[in-house]
Design a protein around this ligand. Structure first.
Ligand code: C2E
Ligand code: MG
Ligand code: MG
Length: 805
C-alpha cells in the first residue's frame, strides 16, 4: 500500500493524476446514471447499456492514459498503436458484457459476482494491454504480486459496485456506486502501476507504429473530453431528471390531494407516499404514515388478505373490502383497489381506499328500517314474527311458556283527526316509551299497525302475572299525554294469548290474541281479555256478518221500520222514528243492535247512515200528514262522515221541510272531541233540523254536554221505564231528568213504554212525548189508520193514576 502511494506521489505528475481522477469520477457517474434508467417494471433499459459501456470503457482508458502521461518513469516512453487501440476496444466490449450479465442476473448473487468478475477483468485487461503498449527506451517489468493484487482489487470493487447498483433511485446511492467503480479503476491502475518497473533501453529506429507522447496526449485529450462531456451531460441529466421527478411528484401530490379517495403508494409493502385524504382517514400526519409497513395501517385480521394483494397482480385488480386502523384506534371499513405504477422511476403499487363508513351506515339503516317501525323505532311485525318463532321453539325445548299481548289504543283516531297527524305521531312515540318502561328488557314490544302493538313476554309467567302486565300497560296509557299545548287522554284494550295453550305457532298465537282484543273492543274496551276457544267461533261469525253486510245495501236487504212517538198528553202521533232492519236472506230480520256495531267497525256505517237519512226523508215527504221523522246517527258515523252535508243533500233532494227532520245522537259523540261535536251539531242546527239526545241517562250522562249544546229534546232511556216498577228510586231519577230537561228548556221524550201501568206513572211527570210498544211497535210501512189513532187517544183519555213512589 505504501509502495502504491509512494508510486502515485513520487512517479506521477500529481496535477495530471487529479485530472485523471476527475475524468474517472465523471465517467463513472455518467455510467451509473445510464445504468439507473429502468423501464416500468424496473428492468434496466438494454438500449442504455451500450452508451454506458462506451462511457465506462472510455473512462478506464482515459484514466489509464492520463495517468500514464502523469507517470514519470526514468525512461522515455512511447505506445504501440495496436495495443492502445485494442485496449479501448477490450474496455468497452468487456464492460458491455459485464453490464449485460448484470442487467439479466442482478437478482442472483452469483450473477452479480460473475458480472463483477467480468467487469474487473475488462478493467484489468484494458490496463495491462495499455501497459503492454508501452514502448519505452527501457525495459518494462512487472511485479507479479502487485499484478495479482491489482486484479483482485479491480474485481472486488467491480462486484461491490454492481451489487450496490440494484436500486439506484437515490442520488446518494448513485454517488456511492460511482465511488466503488472509481475505486475499481483507480485501485487497479495505481496498484498496477506500482507493479511496473521501467529499465532504460534504446528504441529501435523505424518503429513508426509507435504512438509518441504527444500523439497519445492528443488521443487521450479527445477521449477524456468525450468522457468529461458525457459526465457533465450525465450530471445535467441527473439534475433535470430529479427536477422533473420533483415536478412530477408535486403534480401527482396535487392531483392525489384533490382526490376524494384515500391514495397511497407503497413499494415492497412500505408506504412511500400518501395523499391528504389518507392523512385524514388514518388520523396521522403524512410523515408518520410514510415509511410504515402497509400492514400496520390495517386491522390485524386483514393481514393474510392484504399479503395476497401486495403484489397486485392483474387478476387481483377487483376491489376488495378491508378494515383500516386509525391512529385513534378506530377501525374503518374500506374498499381497496390497487394498480402497479412507476413512481420515482421505479415500480410501486398505488392503492386507493374508499371509505365505506357511509355505505355501511346506510346499509345498516336500511336493514334497521326493514325490521323496525320508522316512527317509534320499535320492531315491526316482520321482526316480531322473526323473534316470536325462535322464542316458541326455545319454550318448546325447555317446556316453558310465552305470552302474547295484542294491544290497541282507544280513541287514537280522534286525536289524529282533531290535532293532526303530527300530534298522532307524537302520541304514538310517547305511548311506546311508556309501555317500554313497564316491560323487562327481555320482553319484546312491537308496533304492528297504526295504533296496534304486540308485546311478547318470554319466560313462563302465570296468567295472573300476564294480566297484571297487561293492566299495567293499559294504566300507563290511560294517564294523560301532553302533546305540545294539548293534553289528550286515550286508553287501551288488550287481548292475550298464551303458548302453548292457545296456539303453537307465531301466527296462531297472534291471531288468538287479536281475537281476544276484538272481543274486548266489542265489550267496552279498556281491559285485558284472555283468549277463549269460543271467541274464535264468534269472530268467524262476525267476519261473516261483516262480509255479508258489505253487500246488503246493493242487494236491497236494508229496510226502515217506523215507530210513532206520541204526545204525552193527547196521544196524538207527532213523530215517527226510523229504525233500521236488515232482512238477512237466511237469518231473517237482524236487529240494529247486532249489526250497527259491526258496520261501525267494518267502516260501513257511513254508507248505511247516508242511506237511512235519504230513505227517511224520501218516506216523510210521501206521508199523508206532516209528521216529523226522526233518524238515528251513530257516533262513528257522526265523527267520520260529513253529516250536515249529507242531511242538507237529502233534504234538498226530497224537498223535505228541515223542521220535520229530527236527528238523534247519543252522548258518546262528545267523548272524543266535544268541540268538534258541538261544531257539527251547530251546523245541523243551521240547516233547521231538530236535534235530540238519545238514550239519555245511560253511558256517560255528563250534564255538561247539555250545557255545551242546546238540544231540542232528550230521550230518557227505556231502561228507566223498565225498572219503574222494581226500584223506588227510579221514578225519582226519571223525575229529576225530566225536571232538568225542562229547566234547560228542552222537551223530554220517554222511551220504552210497554204497559198501561207505566203510562199511568209517567203521565204525571209531565214529559212531552212517549214512545213504546204500548203505542205501536216499529213497522215496515207507515200504516197508521184512524183506528190506531183512536186507540192512542183512548189510552190518554183515561184518568191518570196518581203515581206515588
Ligand atoms: P233507539 O234509538 O233508542 O231506538 C229505540 C229502540 O227501542 C228500538 O230498537 C225500538 O224498537 C226499541 N223500542 C221501542 N219501544 C220499545 C218498547 O216499548 N220496549 C222495548 N223493549 N223496546 C222498544 P231497535 O230498532 O232494535 O234499535 C235499537 C237501536 O239501534 C236504536 O236505539 C238505535 O240506537 C239503533 N238504531 C236503530 N236504527 C238505526 C239507524 O238507522 N241508524 C243508526 N245509527 N242506529 C240505529
Ligand atoms: Mg233513537
Ligand atoms: Mg233510545
Amino acid at each position: 500500500m505504501i509502495r502504491v502511494l509512494d508510486c502515485v506521489a513520487q512517479q506521477h505528475d500529481l496535477r495530471l493524476v487529479a485530472l485523471s481522477a476527475v475524468i474517472c469520477a465523471l465517467g463513472c457517474f455518467a455510467t451509473v446514471t445510464l445504468m439507473a434508467r429502468t423501464d416500468a417494471r424496473g428492468r434496466v433499459l438494454v438500449r442504455t447499456l451500450l452508451p454506458a459501456a462506451i462511457i465506462f470503457g472510455g473512462s478506464i482508458w482515459a484514466l489509464h492514459f492520463v495517468a500514464m502521461l502523469a507517470f514519470r518513469p526514468s525512461a522515455h516512453v512511447a505506445y504501440d498503436l495496436g495495443y492502445t487501440a485494442a485496449s479501448i476496444v477490450v474496455a468497452i466490449v468487456g464492460t458491455l458484457a459485464a453490464l449485460t450479465l448484470w442487467s439479466r442476473l442482478s437478482a442472483a448473487p452469483l450473477g452479480i459476482a460473475l458480472a463483477g468478475i467480468l467487469l474487473g477483468l475488462a478493467i484489468t485487461s484494458m490496463h495491462y494491454l495499455g501497459v503492454g503498449a508501452m514502448r519505452a527506451s527501457s525495459l518494462v517489468m512487472l511485479d507479479p504480486n502487485y499484478v495479482v493484487a491489482s486484479i483482485l482489487i479491480s474485481v472486488a470493487f467491480s462486484a461491490l459496485a454492481l451489487a450496490r447498483a440494484g436500486a439506484l433511485t437515490s442520488l446518494g446511492r448513485r454517488v456511492e456506486v460511482t465511488g466503488w467503480l472509481a475505486l475499481a479503476i483507480c485501485g487497479l491502475h495505481f496498484t498496477g502501476m506500482t507493479a511496473v518497473t521501467v529499465a532504460p533501453i534504446r528504441l529501435q529506429d523505424g518503429e513508426s507504429y509507435v504512438l509518441g507522447s504527444t500523439l497519445l496526449a492528443l488521443a487521450v485529450a479527445a477521449i477524456s473530453l468525450t468522457v468529461l462531456i458525457a459526465g457533465l451531460v450525465a450530471l445535467a441529466m441527473q439534475q433535470h431528471l430529479s427536477q422533473r421527478a420533483l415536478r412530477e411528484l408535486d403534480r401527482m401530490r396535487l392531483l392525489s390531494n384533490l382526490a376524494h379517495e384515500v391514495l397511497f403508494i407503497h413499494r415492497d409493502g412500505h408506504v412511500v407516499e400518501v395523499n391528504q385524504a389518507g392523512t385524514r382517514l388514518f388520523a396521522m400526519p403524512a410523515e408518520q404514515i410514510i415509511g410504515k409497513p402497509m400492514l400496520a395501517l390495517f386491522a390485524e385480521a386483514d393481514a393474510p388478505g392484504l399479503l395476497r394483494r401486495t403484489r397486485c397482480r392483474s387478476e387481483e385488480l377487483r376491489p376488495e373490502e378491508f378494515e383500516i386502523r386509525t391512529a385513534i384506534g378506530t377501525h374503518v371499513p374500506v374498499e381497496l383497489s390497487c394498480r402497479t405504477i412507476e413512481f420515482g422511476g421505479r415500480p410501486a403499487t398505488a392503492v386507493a381506499l374508499r371509505d365505506l363508513t357511509d355505505r355501511r351506515r346506510d346499509e345498516a339503516r336500511i336493514r334497521h328500517l326493514a325490521l323496525h317501525d320508522a316512527l317509534t323505532d320499535l320492531p315491526n311485525r316482520y321482526l316480531l314474527e322473526q323473534r316470536l318463532g325462535p322464542a316458541l321453539d326455545a319454550a318448546a325445548l325447555d317446556g316453558t311458556g310465552v305470552a302474547v299481548i295484542y294491544l290497541d289504543l282507544d280513541r287514537f283516531k280522534a286525536v289524529n283527526d282533531r290535532h293532526g297527524h303530527a300530534a298522532g305521531d307524537a302520541l304514538l312515540v310517547q305511548a311506546a316509551k311508556r309501555m317500554l318502561t313497564e316491560l323487562r328488557p327481555t320482553d319484546t314490544l312491537a308496533r304492528v299497525g297504526g295504533d296496534e302493538f304486540v308485546v311478547v313476554l318470554s319466560g313462563t309467567r302465570a296468567p295472573q302475572q300476564v294480566a297484571e302486565v297487561g293492566s299495567r300497560l293499559i294504566a300507563s296509557l290511560r294517564r294523560p299525554f301532553q302533546l305540545d299545548d294539548h293534553r289528550v287522554e286515550i286508553g287501551a284494550s288488550a287481548g292475550v294469548a298464551l303458548y302453548p295453550g292457545d296456539g303453537s305457532t307465531a301466527e296462531t298465537l297472534l291471531r288468538a290474541a287479536d281475537t281476544a282484543l276484538y272481543q274486548v273492543k266489542d265489550e267496552g274496551r279498556g281491559v285485558v281479555r284472555f283468549f277463549e276457544a269460543a271467541m274464535d267461533a264468534q269472530l268467524q261469525a262476525r267476519r261473516q256478518l261483516e262480509h255479508e253486510l258489505g253487500g246488503a245495501i246493493t242487494r236491497d236487504e236494508l229496510q226502515l221500520f217506523y215507530q210513532p212517538i206520541v204526545n204525552a198528553r193527547t196521544g196524538e202521533i207527532e213523530t215517527f222514528e226510523a229504525l233500521i232492519r236488515w232482512q238477512h236472506p237466511e237469518r231473517g230480520f237482524i236487529s240494529p243492535g247486532e249489526f250497527i256495531p259491526v258496520a261501525e267497525q267494518a267502516n260501513l256505517i257511513g254508507q248505511i247512515g247516508e242511506w237511512v237519512i235519504d230513505t227517511a226523508c224520501a218516506a216523510a215527504v210521501a206521508w199523508a200528514q206532516a209528521w216529523r221523522v226522526s233518524v238515528n246517527v251513530s257516533p262513528t258515523q257522526f265523527r267520520q262522515s260529513d253529516v250536515p252535508a249529507i242531511v242538507a243533500a237529502a233534504l234538498a233532494r226530497h224537498g223535505l221541510d228541515p223542521a220535520r227532520l229530527v236527528v238523534e245522537i247519543t252522548e258518546s259523540v262528545f267523548i272524543q272531541d266535544a268541540t268538534k261535536a258541538v261544531q257539527v251539531l251547530t251546523d245541523l242546527r243551521g240547516l233547521g233540523v231538530r236535534l235530540a239526545l238519545d238514550d239519555f241517562g245511560t253511558g256517560y250522562s255528563s250534564l255538561s254536554y247539555l250545557q255545551q249544546f242546546r238540544f231540542d229534546k232528550i230521550k230518557v232511556d227505556q231502561s228507566f221505564v223498565r225498572r219503574l216498577g222494581q226500584n223506588v228510586d227510579t221514578l225519582a231519577i226519571v223525575r229529576a231528568i225530566v225536571n232538568l230537561g225542562h229547566n234547560l228548556g228542552l222537551q223530554v221524550t220517554v222511551e220504552g213504554v210497554e204497559t198501561i201501568e207505566q203510562l199511568a206513572i209517567l203521565r204525571d211527570l209531565r214529559c212531552e212525548q212517549m214512545q213504546g210498544y204500548l203505542f205501536a211497535r216499529p213497522t215496515p210501512v207507515l200504516a197508521t189508520t184512524e183506528l190506531d189513532r183512536a186507540r192512542l187517544r183512548a189510552l190518554f183519555a183515561a184518568p191518570s193514576i196518581k203515581a206515588h213512589a
